[in-house]
Design a protein around this ligand. Structure first.
Ligand code: HEC
Length: 549
């Protein structure tokens, strides 16, 4: 009898073991589900629920549906102790603040309470919508978001007179500045005193100089609903607050590469583990601001960086993991010199790489064999009273350059053979085209930053199309056309990723879990549905957004 019992017990244990090995995989099977509700609204749709395991740089976020229910996809969370966060404008998390995931599925009832300080939750877009004032009065403020959010401005107490020196101080900071790392310019910038005073007078009407509360009502954008809740967002925290990921892209091995706008590194993220590897870029000008902007692959898949105030270009060899620097040669390299863009895409055709000179508003062309840079002034025929600035760049298969005139309202083309420049004004005046991409049908997709539009320039027919983005004051920075004919965009203002179908005009806006200053956007089209990647330039994180449909 005894041996029979023993056998039965052993068999049961063996079956349990087998089940655990094939089905349960103790570390991966946990699922977190739950509901979100508040006294004010009952069950709530469109609340972002984030879970971050203690000690891990990775947070995973899902969004509650129309019944207030949420579910983390199977296998995304391992057993452990998780901190919970929420995002729902107007609300704070009442509880629970954390959850322990064990061997089984956990179901949590999350409750929200009204926030005592709505102003702390407003996006830049919501400040823009809330603030009284004309479009012309607000227009200069689109610059301020490059370095910090509107909280600083709206919560300040300076009157018009006191604001003047603050604004003049801002003008002397290099673009590669954030409150976490201030980098002064070496060459002093001229400021237009009258324009500064006008802006200061306006700002004193929208901040707290008149008293402890704003003279206008704080407006908020609606929470996500329907399709905008069908998404999983993964955030990868970086180890230092001073890391400022600017341009982001994947390689063939599923790793993420980014330029760091503030520190002198090229970064590589392994999204499976969240591990970060930083490759130090040689510092050419030790007293000058550090940080790079444009990150672009050449025909061999090696990565190029525009070195900003360090000047010149860098090529990173993906096999040897080493840099070759192309310092400025054959052109003046003064204190104001700055390269923000690089375009090596078709360099093989003629051995040249495109870049820009931000201070002199010119295009430059690097000859890879001689290391010399040639200058092209693309705006010679345009009025000198207007500000021009060559910014986003791409090249076609023959290495003809297309560039955005970010200062004004033009798309430019430089002929690869003759260097002849053609300027095409956008239909929208003062649109300030920013970054771009060229698809394989010769369509140049771009954003109109100040125009609040997405644009397309057909390089074959030389005609434009433009689409308003759905939310006012979004100020899109960049756009990516995926392989399904959809456009993906984002910017520094709204903390939302825009998915836009230019054929139907329909759109989805995915809210991100934290304040996210978006620059270059990237779509990995090897997954189904596609996967959207972006750096959070002010938040020291990389963000992956996976739509579920
Ligand atoms: C090139 C980067 C940059 C830009 C552009 C910028 N700022 Fe700032 N700003 C900073 C930094 C860095 C700080 C924190 C250090 C400081 O106060 O000098 C700051 C601080 C501030 C503060 C708080 C100052 C204080 O004394 O408390 C205000 C207000 C402000 N900025 C307003 C603006 C406005 C308005 C604009 C746009 C017209 C703007 N900033 C554009 C970098 C910038």
């Amino acid at each position: 009898m005894t041996w029979v019992m023993t056998w039965v017990l052993n068999a049961a244990a063996a079956i349990a073991f087998v089940l655990a090995a094939i089905g349960a995989e103790p570390c991966r099977a946990q699922t977190l589900t739950g509901s979100v509700a508040s006294v004010a609204e009952g069950a709530m749709e469109g609340v972002l629920v984030s879970a971050q395991q203690a000690g891990s740089p990775i947070s995973v976020t899902v969004v509650s549906d129309e019944h207030g229910r949420f579910r983390f996809p199977d296998g995304r969370l391992q057993a452990g102790h998780y901190t919970l966060r929420i995002r729902a404008v107007g609300y704070d998390l009442a509880g629970p603040q954390a959850v322990d995931l064990g061997a089984t599925t956990a179901d949590v009832a999350i409750t929200l309470r009204k926030t005592p300080d709505l102003s702390a939750q407003l996006t830049n877009t919501e400040w823009f919508i809330s603030m009284p004032g004309t479009a012309e009065q607000k227009r200069p403020l689109i610059e301020c978001m490059s370095c910090h959010s509107f909280q600083r401005i709206a919560r300040s107490t300076y009157n018009a007179e006191e604001f003047v020196p603050v604004l003049k101080r801002m003008a002397q900071y290099a673009n590669n500045s954030t409150p976490a790392r201030v980098q002064p310019r070496i060459a002093e910038r001229e400021v237009n005193d009258a324009a500064v005073r006008k802006l200061a007078a306006y700002l004193a009407t929208i901040n707290l100089s008149g008293g402890p509360v704003w003279s206008y009502e704080l407006q908020t954008l609606p929470r996500p609903k329907g399709r905008a809740t069908h998404v999983v967002i993964t955030e990868y925290d970086m180890p230092r607050q001073t890391i400022a990921p600017h341009d982001v892209r994947t390689d063939g091995e599923g790793h993420i590469w980014y330029s760091d706008f503030v520190e002198s590194f090229l970064g590589e993220l392994d999204p499976k583990t969240g591990a970060l590897h930083e490759y130090p870029i040689p510092v050419l000008k030790p007293d000058f601001p550090t940080g790079t902007l444009d990150l672009e692959p050449d025909g061999d898949g090696n990565l190029w960086l525009a070195l900003m105030f360090q000047t010149g270009l860098a090529r990173f060899d993906m096999k040897t993991k080493t840099f070759r620097i192309f310092p400025l040669d054959g052109v003046p390299n003064d204190d104001a010199m700055q390269q923000s863009m690089v375009m090596p895409r078709a360099a093989k055709v003629d051995g040249t790489v495109w870049t820009n000179d931000v201070a002199r508003q010119q295009i430059m062309r690097l000859d890879l064999e001689t290391g010399k840079y040639q200058r092209i002034d693309p705006f010679t025929l345009l009025s000198k009273d207007r500000i021009h600035a060559p910014y986003g760049m791409t090249a076609d298969a023959k290495n003809n350059l297309y560039f955005m005139d970010f200062g004004d309202e033009n798309i430019g083309r430089v002929d690869a053979k003759t260097n002849a420049v053609t300027i095409y004004p956008t239909p929208t005046a003062r649109s300030r085209p920013r970054r771009c991409m060229l698809d394989d049908q010769g369509r140049l997709w771009f954003t109109e930053f100040a125009g609040n539009k997405l644009g397309m320039f057909d390089t074959k027919t030389e005609t434009f199309k433009e689409w308003n983005v759905p939310t006012p004051h979004t100020y899109p920075y960049d756009v990516f056309a995926d392989n399904n004919g959809e456009l993906w965009s984002g910017g520094m203002a709204s903390d939302r990723v825009l998915r836009f179908d230019p054929r139907s005009g329909s759109s989805v806006e995915y809210l991100l879990p934290r304040p996210t200053n978006i620059r270059r956007v990237f779509v990995d089209t090897t997954t189904k549905p596609v996967t959207f990647w972006v750096g959070n330039n002010h938040g020291a994180e990389i963000v992956r957004l996976e739509p579920l449909d």
